[in-house]
Design a protein around this ligand. Structure first.
Ligand SMILES: [Zn+2]
Length: 202
């Protein structure tokens, strides 16, 4: 009987030691796993930080060499909130206002800015009366403020002009304008706003 108890005691003792060893090994594995995970996260974060730093440096380098027009990209809902229904129809849906509805005549000396984003597009010195019924200009403030695209709508081949900053539709360009350019920028009055010289556009 004593011998049986002794064997049982030994068996239980060995089992307890085995369980303890197993638990210790398991804890060690978990600890190794956690340390490994922390190491991976730290590496990932430092990589992210260094790539961000690179991005900033690249942009700074770019700013030194090129004049980059800062694009304005909004959702359709945001444009609807920002613009009047008429401005939205012209700028965002390529609409055309009625002829002679808004020729923007006799406003004095000043600038014409995009009604969508405020980018300065034309000045009064290059505005002239073409008789077509829409505000007409023979030149832009800067060639980079406006982009051109071929437009085949209404069975015509025309060149559409858009604001380079917000991609808003402004009107069309034709080659029947006065010198020195010979161009006519035919612009919807609703797509632009007049800012008198000395006044702030905001
Ligand atoms: Zn614009």
């Amino acid at each position: 009987m004593m011998k049986f108890h002794g064997t049982l005691y030994l068996f239980i003792k060995q089992t307890v030691i085995k369980v303890k060893l197993y638990m210790a090994a398991k804890n060690a594995r978990q600890q190794a796993l956690i340390i490994g995970l922390i190491f991976v996260i730290v590496c990932f974060m430092s990589c992210q930080r260094s790539s961000n730093n690179l991005g900033v440096t690249e942009n700074m380098e770019k700013d030194k060499t090129d004049i980059v027009i800062e694009k304005i990209v909004l959702t359709d809902e945001e444009w609807k909130r920002r613009l009047t229904p008429e401005q939205y129809r012209i700028l965002r849906q390529k609409g055309t206002e009625r002829a002679f509805a808004n020729e923007m005549k006799h406003l004095g000396k000043g600038s014409f800015v995009c009604a969508g984003c405020g980018s300065k597009l034309f000045v009064s010195d290059t505005k002239y009366d073409s008789g077509c019924g829409w505000p007409s200009f023979y030149d832009t403030v800067d060639k980079d403020t406006i982009t051109q695209e071929l437009d085949y709508s209404f069975s015509m081949k025309r060149i559409e002009v858009l604001c380079n900053r917000c991609d808003g539709h402004l009107g069309h360009i034709f080659n029947d304008g006065p010198q020195p350019t010979g161009l006519r920028y035919c612009i919807n009055g609703g797509a632009i706003k007049f800012v008198k010289d000395g006044e702030n556009s905001k």
